[in-house]
Write a protein that binds this ligand. Structure first.
Ligand SMILES: Cc1cc2nc3c(=O)[nH]c(=O)nc-3n(C[C@H](O)[C@H](O)[C@H](O)COP(=O)(O)OP(=O)(O)OC[C@H]3O[C@@H](n4cnc5c(N)ncnc54)[C@H](O)[C@@H]3O)c2cc1C
Length: 543
């Protein structure tokens, strides 16, 4: 798509900025982008300040050696289901300019101890396929019960999320009823629920095989996040045509049309609070920009513990409780480039979830986090160029692969003060060791790739900290344990007047979670349920 006006400006080049905006956003992740577009569609002029040198938060892409990789989007569910909230929100904020490619029948391929289990598109197909792998009457009953429970959990959670956008008084009156149904589930772990329906360890390992999508193994994660993720993908996986940067590219015009801007390399140092109200931001270079409203999409830990000064932190009564909500685990990501196309190399569209240690995900994660030399508890492999129908237009004759696994931030503490690309030989040697171990898993699954790799580069938790400002290199913001789902302060409104938060931390991780957070935050700011506007639009435009 050609754009007449630039979609973003570099703050370093001193772009023309207004003295005052209706709203300033900290961070250009999807939560911020969605809320910014919704405010813009309601006549608000916004400024989005992004610290990184490229916009989009985890939906940004980076290029190296004539290849391009996305960093935080491998697949999104629910994009072709009629009535899907996710689809109509995206259509609304992008004016239908963002298109999605279907990954086909198999979206996730689970490999446990070398045995393959495909997750196939469509609820009934998925159930049938699982019953084919697990044919006993007991297992079939457990699979039916499992799906039934997923729907019950999701229904309770949806109502609860909507509460977050309501004014305090309405929350007070609706809360006891809605919270009760939700808390019945949120305090329970995925393992507890799975154990309640089956004794078959292999079945339970397969059912929880997407735990990497939310970063916590079954005994630690709340069933709320497991149910959300499992049902989200049950109707297949989709990939943005043109790559994940198209998310920013297609949302931004609506912000620009209302006079708004995105500036990159624009770090916010502090949220300015005067008379108990947020009135703007102090940039890292000392410049002050004022606004009626400040919205932080930079993660709750960073927002409350770093972007507010000590005096204002004292006004945040839940700060102690927040400190107890742990960040999620960190990760490695290996970015691979090949000088042949996905078709020539026979690369699949499905993601691989490889479990080399067998059925006990919790044990494998614990062992490995204590000692990196242990086998990876999970190896996730994604083939972005195979999923993106437009990849070859930009990169003819090439293809890309990404491999992800878990990491422990503490392994990297010794290099904390070092600079990107200059962290020293030990660091590079550690990266190389991890890269080779990850590549060995790729070759096991796709032996035709051995000797074909043109380039690879490993990102570590320090890369995540450096580029996305997550202080512990956490992959998904807050961890998704029962404690997080009990934290009622994770909502758009904050105790500081005119300061709002958005992004994955107030709903859940994921493109869907971040998008919904944008809707909640904009609804909370504007004092109306924006979903009504979106549903109306969908009806009128045949969405
Ligand atoms: C490896 C990986 C794979 C993933 N795969 C998938 C997937 O396949 N499907 C899916 O649905 N989800 C996936 N996700 C999750 C998804 O990408 C995220 O949940 C979502 O994009 C988070 O959006 P957000 O709005 O919370 O903001 P973020 O994307 O977290 O962005 C926050 C932004 O704030 C900026 N910022 C921080 N501090 C400041 C400051 N002081 N000043 C200015 N800017 C600041 C950061 O630089 C960053 O750009 C993945 C994530 C990762 C890391």
């Amino acid at each position: 798509m050609e754009h007449a006006t630039p979609l973003f400006y570099s703050y370093k080049k001193r772009p023309q900025l207004d003295e005052h905006y209706d709203a300033i956003f900290i961070g250009s992740g999807l939560g911020s982008l969605c809320a910014a577009s919704l405010l813009a569609r309601n006549g608000k002029k916004v400024l989005i300040c992004e610290r990184h040198y490229t916009p989009g938060g985890y939906t940004h892409v980076f290029t190296r050696n004539d290849y391009e990789w996305d960093v935080g989007l491998h697949y999104v569910g629910d994009m072709d289901r009629k009535g899907s909230a996710l689809r109509i929100i995206f259509e609304y904020i992008t004016d239908k300019n963002l298109k999605w490619a279907d990954m086909g029948e198999v979206y996730d391929r689970v490999v446990i101890n070398g045995k393959v289990f495909d997750y196939v598109k469509g609820l009934n197909n998925w159930k049938e396929r699982m019953k084919f792998y697990f044919p006993t009457a007991d297992d079939a009953r457990a699979i039916d019960k499992y799906v039934e429970l997923l729907f019950a959990v999701n229904a309770a959670a949806k109502n609860f999320y909507m509460l977050k956008a309501l004014p305090k008084l309405a929350q007070f009156f609706s809360s006891p009823f809605l919270s009760k149904a939700y808390q019945k589930f949120s305090s329970r772990t995925t393992k507890e629920i799975l154990d309640s329906i089956s004794d078959n360890d292999e079945l339970k390992a397969v059912l929880s095989a997407q735990f990497g999508d939310y970063g916590m193994p079954p005994a630690q994660s709340s069933i709320v996040i497991h149910a959300a993720v499992a049902l989200h993908y049950m109707n297949g996986g989709f990939y943005p045509i043109g790559g994940s940067e198209e998310i920013f590219n297609t949302i931004m015009p609506s912000v620009i049309n209302a006079g708004g801007k995105t500036v990159i390399s624009a770090e916010v140092k502090e949220i300015i609070v005067e008379g108990g109200k947020a009135i703007g931001v102090l940039m890292a270079d000392g410049k002050k920009i004022t606004s009626d409203i400040v919205v932080s999409g930079a993660g709750v830990h960073l927002t409350f513990e770093k972007l507010l000064n000590e005096e204002n932190q004292k006004k945040i009564k839940f700060l102690k409780t927040l400190k107890k909500v742990e960040p999620s685990n960190a990760h490695f990501s290996l970015y691979i480039g090949l000088k042949q196309t996905a078709e020539e190399l026979n690369l699949p569209k499905a993601n691989y979830w490889i479990y080399p240690c067998g059925n006990n995900h919790d044990e494998a994660v614990e062992k490995y986090l204590n000692d990196y030399k242990q086998e990876f508890p999970v190896v996730y492999i994604s083939f972005p160029s195979a999923k993106n129908p437009k990849f070859l237009e930009k990169y003819p004759g090439r293809s890309t692969i990404e491999i992800i696994s878990v990491a422990n931030y503490d392994w990297f503490k010794e290099w904390e003060g070092s600079r990107w690309k200059k962290r020293g030989e030990d660091y590079d040697a550690f990266k190389e060791e991890i890269s080779q171990r990850l590549l060995a898993h790729l070759y096991k699954m796709e032996p035709q790739l051995e000797g074909k790799i043109d380039t690879y580069e490993l990102s570590t938790p320090l890369s995540t900290k450096n580029f996305c400002n997550y202080q512990k290199g956490e992959i998904y913001g807050l961890s998704h344990d029962p404690q997080r789902f009990d934290a009622d302060f994770l909502q758009p409104k904050t105790p500081i007047k005119n300061l709002f938060i958005t992004g994955q931390d107030i709903v859940t991780v994921g493109i869907a979670g971040a998008l919904m957070s944008g809707v909640l935050t904009a609804s909370s700011i504007l004092g109306k349920n924006i979903m009504n506007d979106i549903v109306q639009y969908a009806k009128q435009s045949g969405g």
